[in-house]
Write a protein that binds this ligand. Structure first.
Ligand SMILES: [Zn+2]
Ligand SMILES: [Zn+2]
Length: 269
């Protein structure tokens, strides 16, 4: 059995979609509490199908609404849902996370809900790994308007999952993805540098080019908005990357295993 299993809670880019919540990815391993990377709209509901939300450690790549605005619901769950009141929930995010979530959770405009009663909030420090059970998570700044991090997750068996977060094309994301067994990468639009706004997101082609340059074993495309053609970004990525490419859907799971174990570096189930 693989050390780490990735389950897609939500993968719709920029907004919730007809078939998926916004960004949210559950990681489970024997030696760690459940970890949820990003917590966009609809993720709390999907999470309930898999684990007790109270048990989850939450990692926020950045503070755009589609990556964090189901956290106020998690606060309500932690404060009011029946069951044993455990320790505060661990959460990592960029500078300003307490203010951002506190504002969204406040009862009245202009107030900031103090979330420290139920959340133990820590701030990402560039390139400084954090240990969550047996998982090592290293945040690296990527190229996106608010402070934004991609995450490199290393399992105890050496398997490496890299999540791009939201990013435009830059050397930082190539470096972050280097040699990943699974590269979960955003692909928000078709390649059209003339018309796409700069410094914001990746095209399918760019996701494929990064995967190729970084020598990843498998590319999983995510964060495809409802208005973008899934087939088109998939085709772009396949043309640019020589390895296997798949566009994820909500509720899919993948075993993250080191590439030397065998050919199936990520097994869909
Ligand atoms: Zn986004
Ligand atoms: Zn964003």
């Amino acid at each position: 059995m693989a050390a780490v299993r990735l389950t897609v809670l939500g993968c719709s880019g920029s907004v919730t979609g007809p078939d998926s919540p916004a960004s949210g990815y559950l990681l489970r391993s024997e030696g760690s509490p459940p970890v949820v990377i990003d917590f966009g709209g609809g993720v709390l509901g999907a999470l309930q199908r898999h684990v007790d939300p109270r048990s989850a450690v939450v990692l926020l790549s950045h503070l755009h609404a589609d990556h964090c605005l189901d956290v106020p619901g998690l606060l309500v769950w932690r404060r009011y849902a029946p069951g044993p009141v455990g320790e505060r929930g661990l959460m990592y995010g960029p500078v300003g996370t307490a203010h951002r979530i506190g504002a969204a959770s406040a009862e009245t405009p202009g107030n900031i809900d103090d979330i420290s009663d139920t959340i133990d909030l820590r701030t990402w420090v560039e390139a400084t790994p954090v240990q969550i059970g047996d998982l090592t998570v290293t945040p690296m700044g990527v190229c996106h308007p608010p402070e934004s991090f991609g995450l490199r997750v290393t399992a105890p068996d050496g398997a490496i999952l890299v999540y791009s977060g939201d990013t435009a094309i830059c050397e930082d994301i190539v470096e972050l993805a280097q040699g990943a067994d699974v590269f979960l990468c955003e692909a928000s639009w078709e390649h059209d540098p003339e018309n796409n706004p700069p410094g914001l997101h990746l095209s399918g082609r760019e996701a494929g080019e990064i995967a190729e340059r970084a020598g990843v074993k498998r590319l999983l495309l995510t964060h495809i908005p409802p208005w973008t053609s899934r087939e088109a970004v998939l085709a772009e990525a396949r043309a640019a990357f020589s390895g296997p490419v798949h566009a994820v859907s909500a509720d899919e799971s993948f075993d993250i295993v080191p590439s030397h174990v065998g050919e199936n570096v990520a097994t869909r189930s």
